[in-house]
Ligand binder design. Structure first.
Ligand SMILES: [Zn+2]
Length: 118
């Protein structure tokens, strides 16, 4: 017995919480940070062994996470200065906002669509 199939269920998309903005995002849109035996680093493959934390591909999330020491908490470690510097440098390469949001500036979007959640 056991296998219960749920009809009509959508394809499973793994999701993770960003340690910067705390929103849940599809994992593939995020960057994984891993605490490996050699230290904390960006895990481009998302498959490296070790405790991991996820961040959006958005600079502000990285800055927030570094500022709040959210990464330290998530990884249960204390980032060294070199690690923080490395992560900050990586963040510099990221867009300020999530890609795809502002691709078409002249698209017809209503003013109500301003990001606001009550
Ligand atoms: Zn985020």
């Amino acid at each position: 017995m056991a296998k219960k199939k749920r009809p009509g269920r959508r394809k499973h998309i793994p999701q993770r919480t960003c340690v910067g903005c705390r929103t849940v995002q599809p994992k593939r849109q995020m960057v994984r940070i891993v605490r490996s035996p050699e230290g904390v680093r960006v895990d481009e493959t998302g498959k490296a062994a070790g405790r991991g934390a996820y961040l959006c591909r958005r600079r502000s999330c990285w800055e927030t996470a570094l500022k709040r020491r959210a990464l330290d908490h998530a990884l249960r470690t204390t980032l060294t200065d070199a690690e923080r510097k490395m992560l900050r440098a990586y963040a510099q390469e990221l867009p300020q906002e999530l890609p795809g949001e502002e691709e078409e500036e002249h698209s017809t979007r209503s003013a109500e669509q301003v990001e606001q959640e009550a």
